[in-house]
Design a protein around this ligand. Sequence first.
Ligand code: SF4
Ligand code: SF4
Length: 360
Amino acid sequence: MGNWVKLICGASFEDVADIRNLSLVYTLAGVDCIDCAADASVLNAVNDGIEAAQAILPIRRPWVMISVNDGEDLHFRKAEFDPDDCPPDCSRPCENVCPADAIFSNSGKAGPSKGVLAERCYGCGRCLPICPYDNIRAITYVRDVAATAKLIQRDEVDAIEIHTSGRQAESFQQLWNGLGDSIHKLRLVAVSLPYLGDLTIPAMDSMYATMKTSLHCLNLWQLDGRPMSGDIGRGATREAIKFALHLASLEDKPKGFLQLAGGTNAHTVEGLKKERLFRTTSISDDSKGEKVPLDSPETSHALISGVAFGGYARKIVGRVLSSLQSDYGYARLEDHPDHLLKALQASLALVGTVKCYNAN
Ligand code: SF4
Ligand code: SF4
């Protein structure tokens, strides 16, 4: 297995204060890529965090990836409810179940008209079935392709990720065509897809055929095991590993690196080792002296090129960010060394599982 690590800020997570601090911490922890919403202010926050990290340590800049969708997708939705419809004696299970602290009491941060702090909601859906009054709805959306193509023109964008169900070849083609020449500027195109049983490889073949003629950079398949569940517990990572095992066993699959996501957490590498899918490879320098782990000859021959961490990565650093915010309000993490150190310890422990920071 290669040692590529991606931080997923979340395709719908748009809290720029947290995104900036998360990007800072995980850049220092040595991630290779930071994946964020295809939104200009989110992109600014990611870059701000990376620059703050580089001001602390002369560290390699991770690639920046923006996430889009070709149709209805769990990662591209927001929960909403009207607090006026909530009985005053409701015990508010929605608030307890939300991993993003996006739901607050009426006197809290959420606007009274919505009940959910939209920029923090990343669409995990856990609040939807838990409301005893069926008061919460999910609003889905599709990122605008023209705006995305424009965003790609910015120097800071290195990669794009297309989230797809794999079942809508026409929408995928429309999105790909809509991106037009912007694709030529990219260093990596990732496609994030769920496990589709016997239909997985045909779906990948069909998408690869669409991309092939205008794909002049690296490509990657993100194997989305159990979406947005890594923070739930040890078992959440099983489906991503099963998906990886299935694809790794097949000879005949379209070109591209394979990377795990969806349920990934601190137990993922342990699970990969059990399945003999984990073997670390060193990274190599490209001609500019920049380290490009995905492009190393060893990594390109590895069955699995790396792991992306989302909800779990945000949870372990999020605890520190919440305490920072309750102590100081919206603050820059680097101005509070105790908090920075705690956040860094947590992120290094996670990134280190893939990069073997603790190996002798
Ligand atoms: S539980 Fe999930 S879907 Fe509901 S508000 Fe929180 S992040 Fe959004
Ligand atoms: S669980 Fe339902 S009724 Fe209760 S506070 Fe949440 S949204 Fe309102």
